[in-house]
Design a protein around this ligand. Structure first.
Ligand code: SF4
Length: 328
């Protein structure tokens, strides 16, 4: 029976899952993921995590609870830095994630807390992969093949998203081998829905913002729909980069949409009690006003799952945008 490796469907999942899945499967492991977030996962996370953790960290605990008894090994990478240049890192909670879980949850399976720090360049990723593969007794040629296929899978996933797909659709497309196609969804308004991938792409916790916007006649555009090269170009708008990887990406995407006037408004999806977001949200709001008085809405996500508040705010925002268009 193959070793079962568990991957919680949250946090880094939305950015790196195709890489992880392909690599482990090529090594002959069985990959088990937790189901999409639901109320039970949220309740478990709230019960297990420390009280003052942000909602994404609580949810991650919930996803771990969901699969911990079905797997032999739990994969919880310690994401530190994924770029050679600059000083940005992942938020401290990502860095300490394996420790947080160990401190809060009893009877965890063995944890694979691989440290991912690419300060020394992308060859470092191969070194990490080699270490991981050797841990499961794979030969160098098998590890190299798994590594190359994993990189290809991630590239394919990112390509689909940059062509307008949302994370779930892109993953399904890869899983079922559909041919990539351009996003066909149209709406009279275009809204940039910016934020960390685990908030923008988890439909339970963000109360299905994208679908709600579609019903209101608006099309959502995300950070991942801007190519890495364009994001890099927009980084020059900031005299100083922020410390956090995902915050920088969201801000660079905001500049992209603002500078090209490609959207009618910006929605920042943020997590209640997120330290990095406190700064990002303010900066995005100020820049939205400065660069063309772009309408801006902050949607703060917390443990409350009633949809009334989000619905009302989205409706009011879209109404205001439609009226603004008529007046222009
Ligand atoms: S960036 Fe914010 S929301 Fe994300 S894990 Fe860190 S504190 Fe939580």
């Amino acid at each position: 029976m193959p070793v079962r490796v568990g991957i919680p469907r949250f946090l880094g999942y939305f950015s790196y899952y195709p890489w992880w899945k392909t690599f482990f499967e090529e090594l002959g492991l069985e990959v088990v993921t937790s189901p999409p977030t639901n109320q039970q996962i949220l309740n478990a996370g709230v019960a297990e995590a420390v009280n003052d953790a942000c909602i994404p960290i609580k949810l991650y605990h919930g996803h771990v609870m969901e699969i911990k008894d079905q797997v032999d090994i739990l994969f919880v990478p310690r994401l530190v830095k994924v770029r050679k240049f600059g000083t940005e890192t992942f938020c401290p909670k990502f860095l300490g994630l394996p420790d947080l879980l160990q401190a809060s949850i009893n009877n965890l399976p063995e944890m694979l807390d691989t440290r991912v720090d690419l300060t020394r360049g992308c060859f470092e990723l191969f070194r990490i992969s080699r270490e991981l593969g050797e841990r499961f007794g794979a030969s160098l040629s098998k590890i190299t093949r798994a590594y190359l296929h994993a990189c290809q899978a991630l590239q394919g996933y990112r390509g689909l998203m940059s062509r307008g797909m949302f994370a779930d659709d892109a993953l399904e497309c890869m899983e079922k081998g559909y041919k990539a196609s351009q996003q066909k969804e149209q709406g009279s308004l275009s809204i940039a829905v910016l934020g960390y991938p685990y908030l923008v792409y988890d439909n339970f916790i963000n109360m299905d913002i994208v679908k709600r916007l579609k019903t209101l006649g608006a099309r959502a555009l995300t950070v991942e729909m801007v190519s890495p090269r364009q994001l890099l170009r927009e980084a020059k708008n900031m005299p100083k980069q922020m410390f956090w990887h995902y915050s920088n990406r969201a801000m660079h995407a905001a500049y992209y949409y603002l500078n090209r006037k490609r959207v009618d408004g910006i929605i920042h999806v943020t997590a209640f009690a997120c330290g990095p977001d406190a700064m990002l949200d303010r900066l995005m709001e100020i820049e939205s006003r400065r660069l063309g008085r772009m309408p801006f809405l902050t949607l703060s996500i917390d443990e409350e799952t009633g949809t009334g508040g989000v619905e009302t705010r989205l409706e009011a925002f879209i109404d205001m945008l439609k009226r603004r268009r008529v007046l222009e």
